[in-house]
Ligand binder design. Structure first.
Ligand SMILES: Cc1cc2nc3c(=O)[nH]c(=O)nc-3n(C[C@H](O)[C@H](O)[C@H](O)COP(=O)(O)OP(=O)(O)OC[C@H]3O[C@@H](n4cnc5c(N)ncnc54)[C@H](O)[C@@H]3O)c2cc1C
Length: 121
């Protein structure tokens, strides 16, 4: 989370998604997730993490009611989900890219073109 950010502060970021994120999410609320992470760091750095910790932010995307996760992936059944309903309702969005180019804004934008093409044909 600190990659490319200009700061003279010492910022440590942890970004987990997919199956590896489960061990953090399974801890419960944000405070429990933080405790789990700082305990792991204390184990690695011999207690120095909690000694020098100043503040933290936890963003658990799975807890956001209209989002419930971070990235979609090729493994998602995008082709099935993006199929139009009765040639009247068309879908676009990151998780709806039938070419498998999911995860980022590029793939998201492409789905708009694909949906319009499908409408016109
Ligand atoms: C932590 C993180 C970092 C990322 N970093 C990058 C990056 O660096 N570069 C990049 O290209 N991409 C990045 N992405 C991916 C990028 O954010 C997504 O690809 C993109 O936002 C998907 O756009 P979308 O319009 O499909 O969905 P979203 O942006 O998720 O928009 C869907 C919207 O629908 C709303 N919604 C859902 N259900 C309902 C409902 N029932 N009623 C009303 N509204 C509803 C949601 O609240 C949301 O606002 C990142 C994603 C995450 C989570």
């Amino acid at each position: 989370m600190s990659l490319g950010k200009r700061s003279d502060r010492y910022v440590l970021g942890l970004f987990a998604h997919g199956d590896p994120a489960d061990r953090y999410i399974d801890q419960g609320d944000d405070e429990a997730i933080f405790r789990y992470v700082i305990d792991e760091l204390d184990e690695v750095f011999d207690g120095a993490a909690s000694t020098h910790h100043i503040q933290h932010v936890v963003q658990n995307w799975t807890a956001e009611p209209f989002i419930r996760g971070s990235y979609s992936t090729r493994r998602a059944s995008a082709k099935k989900m993006s199929a139009p309903l009765g040639d009247r309702v068309f879908f676009a969005g990151e998780a709806m890219n039938p070419t498998g180019r999911t995860i980022a804004v590029h793939g998201t934008s492409e789905t708009a073109y694909l949906a319009v093409e499908a409408m016109l044909s």
